[in-house]
Design a protein around this ligand. Structure first.
Ligand SMILES: *Cc1c(COP(=O)(O)O)cnc(C)c1O
Length: 687
């Protein structure tokens, strides 16, 4: 569709072709009207697959806005557009990260309920006691919430470094919950973990390196504290996808089977074998295939029972993380998906471990998992606005006259004669003519206006061809990239490096969609380009049922008139500050609550975004926390600039310019005022 993309081509002499073009444009317009009217929220649901990846938290309401049901199917929902506008009225500018603590609670409940169900189903004579890996999202309010929500399940924490241990020690206050200590350890880390026992914590020191065994023996002996120890096994089970190589013999972490045996011997010699109580493994994050999980748990169960028969006092089997999130909702073993649900995951773990222990007549272990992504992804939602859009095809009509250069007339001819029978051939003609136009220009045979015309006609041909290919089941290879080439560019008020680093670093996919206008057909296809001066600062891969899409269906931006007027009648003050020429167009990036925040960086000095914590109440919602994003002064502080010094040097420069009469007093004051205001403002653009 997209009549707005089709140039109105007028030709001076009336030819039958022109009539044809006019007629077809008219019928296009009629068709467009019809599709706009018949576009429904069901069409949007299908297009953006929100039911598949968003269930049960995200859906679309009758107004065509995304709604959030933070408690899943247990009632209460919020209109996301209304929420965003209400937050903006509280001076919380975009980009804005919204966290829903109810979603976090719901995820935690689901995980525990799934293990409880599996334990009942397989009559597993043991329990499940999970931990949250702090590395997945260390933000204080989130970790505190998680610990609180986890109390009924004796849910614990996992630390992978000294700073994370420091967080976990102070935050975890649930009696009997586990504090799993992973990662590289020095004596200080080990001493701190051991001493936590005196505070009533249950730290488990997981040995990941051969050197750590002696360190732990020395520290425990010195402090006179009997530790609870675990070993991390390097499994031979191969993971898949990005984190596949984190297992196997060359993996970065863990002990090989012979190293585990040496460790057992070393502990036995020190009289500490009864301390070895836990077996840990971690196959990698986002394991999309259930078969990989099954293989890993089978291998680990065997190691577990063997360790028990060697005399270790085995109590816990810790299956690590890896429980995946279905980002594209395809329920497949594609890297952005998973071919199982939490219940299947729990069932397989419970059943395999029970079988292995029964076969050896051993008591079953307490099952521990370290799911990070599966708990934290859904609770946060990133909202950002579109600043502007551009297209290769300009909206100004091209007029072609008889006196035009032959190359221009050739392109015009190609455009007019283009149809379903000849579009592939016409494509190659158009390319060739366009190339010739460039050559002619370089040799000064073609003026700049003629070259511009040729270019626009070339893009018009491409647009027409693209519209034909969209109606075809089969797209010829040479035309496959046309969708990408013709994509509109949507400039977004965001830094990919700060807010979605995994999209840039490892090509991770997240569901992205408009949060409003969903009763309207999204007639544009675009890619998203961010604020940084870096050509990698873009998103041009989007979720799809099959594989990925290179463009996202979006709406054209609308003029803001109506909106400003309506705001004026309600609240005059706000309208003046929002008086931009475009109506806001809000996009949401979903399921980004794991890893993105902490891995984000300050590329181009775009800082942390504003963050709010929302909790559902019987009357609506409550804003529990507001964490303001970085100001310019703060990001400059990270690179050792002092705001006062900067202002002072600008003041001195303006003073000098004043003396030399290069600046007026008014200009100098305006400059200083702007400079100071910039320092205290948000690093993103004001909508
Ligand atoms: C990263 C990590 C996790 C969390 O993995 P998810 O895939 O996010 O569940 C758990 N355990 C260890 C040891 C890890 O390194």
């Amino acid at each position: 569709m997209g009549v707005d993309l089709t140039p109105t081509i007028a030709i001076s002499n009336q030819t039958p072709k022109n009539d044809q073009l006019g007629a077809s444009t008219q019928s296009n317009q009629e068709q467009e009207k019809k599709t706009v009217q018949s576009w429904t929220i069901e069409d949007s649901e299908k297009l953006y697959r929100i039911g598949e990846w968003g269930e049960p938290y995200f859906s679309i309401n009758a107004a065509g806005h995304v709604t959030v049901s933070p408690k899943g199917d247990r009632g209460g929902s919020l209109d996301l557009l209304e929420l965003v506008e209400a937050l903006r009225q509280r001076n919380l500018e975009l980009p804005l990260l919204i966290r829903f603590s109810d979603i976090l609670a719901d995820r935690l409940e689901r995980l525990n309920a799934s293990f409880a169900k599996a334990i009942a189903r397989y009559k597993y004579p043991g329990t499940y006691q999970g931990v949250f890996p702090v590395k997945c999202n260390q933000h204080r309010h989130l970790v505190e919430d998680l610990v609180r929500f986890g109390q009924p399940y004796q849910f614990g924490l996992e630390a992978g470094s000294k700073p994370e241990l420091v967080i976990a020690l102070a935050t975890l206050q649930t009696p009997n919950s586990l504090l799993i200590c992973n990662g590289y350890k020095d004596r200080e880390y080990i001493d701190t973990a051991l001493l936590a026992t005196r505070l009533g914590q249950k730290p488990v020191i997981v040995l990941e390196q051969v050197e750590e065994v002696q360190l732990v023996i020395d520290a425990a002996t010195h402090l006179g504290i009997e530790p609870v120890l675990g070993v991390r096994a390097k499994l031979s089970t191969k993971g898949t996808g990005h984190w596949g190589p984190s297992t196997g013999d060359r993996a970065k972490f863990g002990l090989t089977i012979s190293e585990i045996l040496a460790c057992v011997e070393q502990l036995q010699d020190a009289g500490m074998l009864q301390s070895l109580q836990l077996l840990h493994f971690h196959v990698g994050s986002q394991i999309s295939a259930i078969s990989v999980i099954k293989d890993a748990i089978r291998e680990a169960s065997q190691i577990y029972v063997e360790l028990a028969s060697l005399g270790a006092n085995m109590q816990y089997l810790d299956v690590g993380g890896g429980l995946a999130v279905d980002y594209d909702g395809s329920k497949t073993n594609f890297h952005a998906s998973k071919n199982y649900n939490i219940q299947n995951y729990a069932n397989d773990i419970v059943a395999e471990v029970k079988e292995a222990c029964e076969a050896r007549q051993l008591p079953v272990p307490v099952l521990v998992s370290e799911s990070g992504r599966a708990l934290a992804s859904h609770q946060s939602l990133l909202i950002f606005d579109v600043l502007n859009t551009t297209d290769v095809l300009s909206e100004t009509p091209v007029t072609v006259e008889e006196k035009e250069h032959l190359i221009v007339r050739n392109l015009w001819e190609t455009y007019c004669n283009l149809n379903i029978e000849n579009y592939q051939e016409a494509y190659h003609d158009a390319i060739q003519f366009n190339e010739e136009a460039k050559t002619l220009f370089n040799l000064s045979y073609l003026s700049i206006t003629q070259r511009a015309k040729a270019e626009q006609l070339y893009w018009s041909c491409c647009q027409k061809i693209l519209e034909i290919t969209r109606t075809q089941d089969y797209v010829p290879d040479d035309l496959e990239d046309l969708e990408k080439t013709m994509a509109s560019i949507y400039y977004i008020n965001l830094s990919v490096f700060q807010s979605v680093p995994d999209s840039w670093a490892i090509g991770q996919l997240f569901p992205i969609m408009p949060i409003h206008r969903l009763k309207e057909e999204p007639t544009r296809r675009g890619i998203l380009v961010d604020l940084t001066c870096d050509s990698d600062g873009k998103i041009d891969q989007f979720i799809d049922l099959r594989d990925v899409k290179s463009v996202l269906e979006l709406h054209p931006l609308r003029e803001a008139k109506e909106r400003v007027e309506s705001t004026v009648t309600k609240k005059g003050k706000i309208a003046s500050s929002h008086a931009s020429s475009k109506e806001p167009y809000y996009l949401g990036l979903f399921l980004g609550g794991a890893y993105q925040e902490i891995m984000g960086n300050l590329h181009n000095l775009f800082g942390k975004t504003n963050t709010v914590h929302i909790k559902l109440t019987p009357r609506g919602y409550n804003i529990e926390q507001v964490v303001k994003g970085d100001t310019v002064t703060e990001v400059l502080g990270y690179v050792q600039y002092d705001a006062k010094d900067l202002v002072e040097s600008i003041r001195r420069l303006t003073e000098q310019a004043l003396q030399e009469k290069r600046i007026t007093i008014e200009e100098s004051q305006l400059l200083l005022r702007n400079y100071e205001q910039s320092l205290s403002s948000y690093t993103y653009l004001k909508a």
